[in-house]
Design a protein around this ligand. Structure first.
Ligand code: HEM
Length: 163
């Protein structure tokens, strides 16, 4: 099954039929939930990434990393849980939308970057002790990539509707 076939299958799946049957307000409400999820995800990522890039050095990184990672994960799951039914409503319409083809690879790259960052020695060390300069550089690289990937995902997500 290629992407176009998958999108048409999703539109005619029980999820697509059910979401369309919910009435005129439902898309707007699910869209609002999607935006709240994105706000929670990107707001906390922005705070953490700026700290990793050297802003607000007086705030201990370990004090900031726990709440921002928890909020970002929660926001991500809210965005996924609301995004799938939004896609199912009219998935076929997105079949030739180039921004859809940018958004999902950008999200995938952002998740790979999170995974690599979290298994790095520098990330593990930040909870235990002050970081060495090379460890700070490693985390700053991860933060730069994170901002680039998430901003690409958000920009292409917004542009999908304008294609
Ligand atoms: C499985 C995950 C996701 C799916 C299936 C999904 C699907 C969608 C769909 C169908 C739309 C509506 C496009 C339109 O205007 O017609 C949308 C909007 C959007 N998505 Fe997602 N999305 C997902 C995750 C995310 C994530 C993680 C982010 C943030 C990084 C994101 C950012 C956005 C943005 C910024 C919009 C525009 C919202 C608006 O202006 O109303 N999405 N998404």
């Amino acid at each position: 099954m290629n992407l176009t076939q998958f999108l048409f299958w999703l539109e005619h799946s029980p999820l697509g039929v059910f979401t369309r049957s919910l009435g005129a307000w439902s898309y707007g409400i699910v869209n609002l939930v999607h935006i709240l999820g994105i706000v929670m995800l990107f707001g906390s990522i922005l705070l953490l990434d700026l700290r990793l890039l050297g802003v607000w050095r007086s705030i201990p990184l370990a004090a900031l990393s726990r709440p921002t990672v928890t909020l970002a994960m929660t926001g991500f799951f809210i965005a996924v849980a609301s995004g799938i039914p939004m896609l199912a409503v009219k998935a076929g319409d997105y079949a030739d939308n180039p921004f859809l083809l940018m958004k999902f690879p950008a999200i995938a790259l952002a998740l790979v970057n999170v995974w690599l960052l979290h298994r790095s020695g520098a990330w593990k060390a930040h909870r235990l002790r002050d970081l060495l300069p090379r460890e700070r550089r490693r985390l700053a690289l991860g933060a730069s990539l994170s901002l680039a990937f998430w901003l690409t995902a958000i920009t292409s997500g917004r542009m999908i509707g304008y294609w």
